[in-house]
Write a protein that binds this ligand. Structure first.
Ligand code: ZN
Length: 378
């Protein structure tokens, strides 16, 4: 059997909550708080790492009020964290059935029950509970955050946009970044269904919500490229790289492809300006080495690469540097080894949680953040 380990932080939270409750009640009534002997017995079991006994006692408690509700919630959370969802549900359902509970505490218990069902993957039950709380007038924002989580999981982007926009209005947090991603998701679905004009409209909406979204420019560029509008595509690619130069490594080959396709001399000027900026910022991209070598010679290209290698380790820059000495036998051997290392590397990572990925994803599967997966220096 797995040992029940009460994390120290939870223990401190339990005791702090209990003392705070006691203090508040004392001040209010100017007399010692009267909590039942059973409650102390339950608390004692909890502190002695006997949660199942604590559960029995708490489920049978005659009185549950604002002072003791936190302890029930903590017990439920612990069961949920441990994967014992059924027990967490029992704790919360028992709380909700209490007629003495204040409206705010009832909403809290309903939200926790919603989290239990969410953890169990029963999304429709969780959705019903969060909806109930969202119209109750208590803890509305928390309920809406729960709903948003569900609509993202169910990929119901239109509803997710409504909820996130409402949260933007109700809270200090900025949800526009997420809303733009939701519009992009709608655009992605439209592209999959060959509804390119509709996709363009969704992307324009996304751009209105978040003008600095890398993804919007990235997707608009791909869409215009698909439609053969190479000059427009180039414009969006340039803007995307300006927003985050780390994406240059992915986007420059696409940009060069667009340039080759037609009369885009005007765009060449923008691309050259972008190259100047990348060179100044010490960003490595292979086409830039080629350009420097063609226009300024071998020494300038060497200097560019050595400057990058000094600041930021990059296997691809190192390979490029080796390729400047093609006649040396050693450089061929080293190059082969480095290529093996480079191939084994995961090309993307999440800035938020460190998750490594073989492909670019806009929604991190590990931490659920939006737009935090970026190219790893290669
Ligand atoms: Zn992540």
């Amino acid at each position: 059997m797995i040992e029940w380990l009460l994390p120290p932080v939870v223990l401190v939270a339990l005791l702090a909550g209990w003392f705070a409750g006691r203090g508040a009640l004392r001040r209010e009534q100017n007399k010692p708080v009267r909590l039942s002997a059973d409650y102390y017995r339950g608390l004692n079991y909890l502190l002695n790492e006997k949660p199942d006994q604590a559960l029995d006692v708490f489920l049978r408690l005659v009185e549950v009020d604002h002072e003791t509700v936190e302890t029930h919630i903590t017990l439920g959370k612990l069961f949920r964290k441990r994967g014992e969802i059924e027990k967490a549900i029992r704790v919360h359902q028992n709380l909700i059935a209490r007629p003495t509970l204040s409206p705010s505490d009832r909403s809290l218990a309903l939200l926790e029950l919603g989290q239990d069902y969410l953890a169990a993957g029963v999304l429709d039950r969780a959705e019903g509970l969060f909806q109930q709380v969202s119209v109750s007038g208590n803890r509305q924002v928390e309920a809406m955050k729960g709903l948003l989580n569900i609509y993202v999981q169910e990929q119901e982007w239109s509803t997710a946009i409504d909820i996130a926009s409402e949260l933007n209005r109700l809270t200090k947090d900025d949800y526009s970044h997420q809303v733009a991603h939701f519009y992009c998701e709608q655009a992605r679905e439209a592209i999959n269904n060959q509804q390119l004009e509709k996709a363009r409209q969704w992307l324009q909406r996304a751009q209105q919500v978040d003008g600095f979204s890398l993804r919007v420019n990235y997707m608009r560029a791909q869409l215009e490229q698909e439609l053969g509008h190479y000059s427009q595509a180039l414009g969006f690619y340039v803007r995307a790289v300006e927003l985050d130069t780390r994406f240059a490594v992915d986007l420059l080959p696409e940009m060069e492809y667009c340039l080759e396709q037609g009369d885009t001399r005007r765009m060449r000027v923008h691309l050259d300006a972008l190259f100047t900026r990348l060179r100044r910022d010490g960003v490595y991209v292979q086409p830039l080495t080629r350009k420097i070598r063609e226009e300024e010679g071998l020494q300038a290209a060497k200097h560019y690469l050595e400057n990058i290698l000094e600041k930021q380790p990059s296997l691809e820059a190192f390979l490029d540097w080796l390729s400047l000495f093609p006649l040396a036998v050693e450089s061929k051997l080293v190059s082969e080894q480095v290529q093996k290392f480079a191939a084994a590397q995961q090309p993307y990572h999440c800035e938020q949680c460190g998750y490594n990925s073989r492909r670019l994803q806009w929604h991190c599967p590990s931490c659920s953040s939006w737009g935090t997966i970026v190219p790893t220096p290669r």
